[in-house]
Design a protein around this ligand. Structure first.
Ligand code: ATP
Ligand code: MG
Length: 255
C-alpha cells in the first residue's frame, strides 16, 4: 500500500456513554480508497466508534479528533451530525432504525441532495433521482417497491441492510463505516457487498468494515486489520490477524 495523506485520522478519541468510558483512546488512520477491518469482542466498542464519529448525541466525545479529508481536513468532532454526513462520512448501522411516516425515496433523495450541495453539484429532481435509485436497488436485488415504503418499516433484517447499501451507493461518501453489514444478509447480499465495496474503492471511497465474519473479510482484501480491546487499538495487522482471531478467539488473544 502506498502511503499518502489519510482521508481519516482519528486521534486519541475518548468516548463516554453516560458515566461509563467505552473508548479510552482510539487512534487510527485510513488512506483514501483503502479498507480497514475493525474487529473486537462483543461489547468492545466497535459500534460506539461508528456512532460517535457519526455524531449520535448519546455518545459523548470527551477528547480527541477525527480529521476528515486530505486537502483541508475538517474535525468531525466539532461538527453537528448532518455536517459530518455532508463532509463525506457515512455510517451503515448495525441495526438500522425505522423512520415511520417518512418515505424511503424522499429520505434518500433529501440526504443525497444535501451532500450534492456540499460538493457543489446540482440537486437531482424526483425523476432523475428515481431512475438512479431504481438502478441502484436493482443491482442490490431490492424490489423497487421498497423505495415507496416508509424507511425500514416492516423491512426484514436483510432488506434493512440492503437499504443501507443503497444509501451508500447513491451518497458516494469519502469514507464509509459499515457496522456488521453482513449480519442478516444472505449469500447473494454478502456478494453484493463485496462487489460494491470493490467498485467504490476503485473510485476512491475508503472503508472501515466491522465484522466477525472471516469469509467476507477475506473477500474484501483489507489493507489493515485492527483489534479493539479495552477502549484502544490493541493490535494492528493484516489478514493474518483476522485469521488468527478466527482460530483462537478474542478471549485467548487477551489471555
Ligand atoms: N446506549 C447505550 N447505553 C448504555 N450502554 C451502552 C449503550 N450503547 C453501548 N453501550 C455499551 O457500550 C459497550 C460497547 O458497545 P458497542 O455496541 O460499541 O460494542 P460492539 O463492539 O459494537 O459489540 P458487538 O460486537 O456486540 O456489536 C457495551 O458494553 C454496551 O453495553
Ligand atoms: Mg456493534
Amino acid at each position: 500500500m502506498t502511503t499518502t495523506t489519510p482521508v481519516l485520522q482519528v486521534r486519541d478519541l475518548r468516548v463516554d456513554i453516560g458515566e461509563r468510558t467505552v473508548l479510552q483512546s482510539v487512534s487510527l488512520d485510513v488512506q483514501p480508497g483503502s479498507l480497514v477491518v475493525l474487529m473486537g469482542a462483543n461489547g468492545s466498542g466497535k459500534s460506539t466508534l461508528g456512532m460517535a464519529l457519526a455524531g449520535h448525541p448519546l455518545y459523548n466525545i470527551v477528547h480527541g479528533q477525527a480529521l476528515l479529508g486530505t486537502d483541508n481536513p475538517v474535525d468531525l468532532v466539532q461538527l453537528p451530525a448532518h455536517e459530518r454526513a455532508r463532509a463525506g462520512f457515512f455510517l451503515s448501522f448495525q441495526s438500522p432504525p425505522d423512520i415511520p411516516g417518512v418515505k424511503n425515496n424522499l429520505f434518500i433523495r433529501t440526504a443525497l441532495n444535501a451532500v450534492r450541495e456540499s460538493r457543489g453539484e446540482e440537486p437531482l429532481d424526483a425523476f432523475d433521482f428515481l431512475s438512479s435509485a431504481k438502478q441502484g436497488a436493482k443491482e442490490l436485488g431490492m424490489p423497487a417497491a421498497m423505495l415507496s415504503r416508509p424507511v425500514n418499516e416492516g423491512f426484514s433484517g436483510g432488506e434493512r441492510k440492503r437499504n443501507e447499501l443503497l444509501q451508500l451507493t447513491l451518497l458516494k461518501p469519502r469514507i464509509a463505516l459499515l457496522d456488521e453489514i453482513d449480519s442478516g444478509l444472505d449469500v447473494d447480499g454478502v456478494r453484493a457487498v463485496v462487489e460494491l465495496v470493490q467498485r467504490m474503492r476503485a473510485q476512491g471511497t475508503a472503508f472501515i468494515v466491522v465484522s466477525h465474519y472471516l469469509q467476507m473479510i477475506e473477500s474484501l482484501q483489507p489493507d489493515q486489520v485492527l483489534r479493539l480491546d479495552q477502549g484502544r487499538i490493541a493490535e494492528t495487522g493484516t489478514l493474518e490477524l483476522a485469521r488468527s482471531i478466527a482460530e483462537t478467539g478474542f478471549a485467548r488473544a487477551n489471555a
